[in-house]
Design a binder for this molecule. Structure first.
Ligand code: ADP
Length: 220
């Protein structure tokens, strides 16, 4: 079965990162072709992905046989073997794949991928390390920096917001953050607005400049 259709993605390398990515894409309804040189990984993913094939992705003939050139989006999830990652990206670029994502294990690897022309270079370990630093340091239950200098922080509700409508607390002007959403108990998350009344024990999603949002998450 050929799956190279509009919404499908090819994931090259089914290690820890590639397999988590492929599984999440499948869960969201995207068709996934998974490729790995390791037969045992191919076996392990059989049935979990739309199609799983054993191949050496550094070889152009192998990629052509898999019709990789018909995919709009390809992810190169090979990290440990840096030369295999670079060779694979170089072959994909020569095939004019419209959107190539590749993971880099370090800055040097990433720089080479960027110089080759890979469209999106990601640094999973580096990014996750930075993110966890914010969780370890502070009161944030979850943290994501949307862009340099701007973050979303999940945290407990400080006393100043308990029991009155958000609009009356003046939190935006006094603390420079927006309360974007909240969760009461284990109910669904809801968007917050001026009339939202938060209670002790609720969880909130705070949006704002990184340092400001993090400082706000430290309030009790
Ligand atoms: P992770 O840290 O996500 O586990 P690895 O870099 O260890 O990432 O895993 C990369 C995967 O890519 C491995 O499963 C490996 O077998 C596969 N791989 C490495 N080289 C090739 C290649 N030339 N062709 C296809 N798959 C490859």
């Amino acid at each position: 079965r050929r799956i190279a259709e509009a919404d499908s993605v090819a994931v090259l390398g089914l290690g820890r990162f590639g397999s988590a990515l492929a599984t999440e894409l499948m869960a969201g309804g995207t068709e996934v072709l998974g490729v790995d040189i390791d037969e045992s990984l191919v076996q392990a993913h059989n049935g979990e992905l739309t199609q799983v094939v054993r191949a050496d992705t550094t070889r152009e003939e192998a990629l052509r046989q898999l019709a990789i050139d018909e995919f709009d989006r390809v992810v190169v999830a090979i990290g440990g073997d840096v030369s295999a990652s670079i060779l694979t990206c170089s072959v994909l670029l020569s095939m004019d794949i419209p959107v190539i994502w590749a993971k880099a294990v370090d800055e040097r690897h990433g720089l080479i991928l960027e110089q080759l022309g890979v469209h999106h270079v990601i640094y999973p370990e580096h990014d996750m390390g930075r993110r966890v630093a914010h969780l370890v340091r502070g009161a944030a239950l979850d943290y994501i920096e949307i862009a340099p200098g701007y973050a979303l922080v999940k945290t407990a509700v400080p006393a100043m917001l308990h029991g009155r409508p958000l609009g009356e607390t003046g939190v935006r002007s006094t603390h420079g953050v927006t309360i974007a959403a909240y969760q009461h108990g284990d109910e669904d998350w809801r968007n917050a607005d001026n009339t939202t009344v938060l209670q002790d024990g609720d969880t909130i999603l705070v949006a704002g400049p990184t340092a400001t949002a993090e400082a706000f998450a430290q309030l009790r």
